[in-house]
Design a protein around this ligand. Structure first.
Ligand SMILES: Cc1cc2nc3c(=O)[nH]c(=O)nc-3n(C[C@H](O)[C@H](O)[C@H](O)COP(=O)(O)O)c2cc1C
Length: 320
């Protein structure tokens, strides 16, 4: 299998569709790859082997290359999720949110390139030490889970100086201007989540896509409140960025109080709100770039809208 740098160089648009549990399934991954990027399937902490097989099966049946992203902290409880994904020969595997070391040899044996999302300089140094093939700088403005401490641009500048291995940039990369900015800085590709979460092929329910399209850049919040309420065992250094709603207004910055107050009833209420798409209580994971997503699009249209990045790179050349 080709190396990460070659995989990215072969794309017609330097965009990797970020793995997103609950949004990025096989259909979205295949559509992104067919459109000239590389689509990734997100495997969450509550995924089942059957779901992983079904979503990877859809992507594999398309004949397109695709990747898979898993959460290291949850793999010890569910090691079969990684095995199930590897059966479908993803070309890139993201081992994020925890220590990738226990899984590296198994993934490497399949020939897949391994990347890790990092949210601080220390996490970047650790992932490099572990031996991943490339890093994904994922700034605090990004949607879904990750670190909430450093934003994309400062972290990208810092990490690019740390390594010669390929670095992708995620968190707020949502337009041709943003893509040009991270490529000019030295990233090999953008790692794009939120714009694809809202697109036609995403697994998001229609209500969630509409909410992302309606939200502005200042209508998201980074919080652990949803994980505490649902009693998910996310390590405490990881929160998630989601759209502001009634629940986050009450609890986002009072997580210690929430931890003490959480009841079975509240846990059931949030889980039911997700089933009912009651967006006053349910999490809608999305980044600040929700404010840059202003209409319903297909994955191909999202990719096409990135195309003018070349014009911005050319315009910046007047400084060379
Ligand atoms: C709805 C949603 C679900 C996500 N789920 C995952 C996941 O399962 N695994 C993962 O590694 N990252 C996950 N992420 C984070 C993305 O991989 C990526 O870092 C982020 O979306 C990039 O920032 P952006 O949303 O500003 O584009 C998720 C993000 C979103 C928006």
């Amino acid at each position: 299998m080709p190396e990460l740098r070659e995989i990215v160089a072969a794309l017609s648009t330097p965009i990797v569709g970020a793995p997103m549990a609950g949004a990025a399934g096989g259909r979205l991954a295949a559509a992104i790859s067919a459109g000239g990027g590389l689509g990734m399937i997100g495997v969450g902490n509550v995924a089942t082997v059957e779901q992983v097989r079904a979503e990877c099966g859809i992507a594999a049946a398309s004949g397109e290359r695709f990747g898979v992203g898993l959460m290291c902290w949850s793999l010890p409880q569910n090691p079969e999720l990684l095995d199930a994904a590897l059966e479908f020969e993803p070309i890139v595997v993201s081992l994020s949110f925890g220590d990738p070391r226990p899984h590296l040899a198994k993934v490497r044996a399949t020939g897949a390139a391994v990347v890790a999302q990092v949210g601080t300089r220390a996490e970047a140094a650790d992932a490099l030490d572990a031996g991943v093939d490339g890093l994904v700088v994922r700034g605090s403005e990004g949607g879904g889970h990750g670190r909430g401490v450093v934003s994309t641009l400062p972290l990208l500048q810092q990490v690019l100086d740390l390594t010669d291995r390929p670095v992708l940039a995620g968190g707020g990369v949502a337009t041709a201007r943003g893509l040009a900015a991270v490529l000019a800085a030295g990233a090999v590709a953008g790692w794009v989540g939120t714009p694809f979460a809202a697109c036609a092929e995403s697994l998001f329910r229609p209500e969630l896509k509409e909410a992302v399209i309606a939200a502005d850049t200042d209508q998201t919040v980074y919080t652990r409140a949803f994980d505490i309420a649902q009693r998910f065992d996310w390590p405490t250094r990881y929160g998630g960025r989601a759209l502001v709603n009634t629940f986050t207004t009450s609890w986002a910055d009072r997580t210690d109080a929430l931890q003490a107050a959480v009841t079975d009833e509240l846990t059931a209420k949030i889980k039911q709100a997700r089933v009912d798409a009651d967006l006053s209580l349910a999490p809608v994971y999305a980044g600040e770039s929700a404010g840059l997503v202003d209409r319903a699009r297909t994955a191909a249209q999202v990719l096409a809208d990135f195309a003018p990045f070349r014009d911005y790179l050319r315009a910046a050349q007047r400084w060379t």
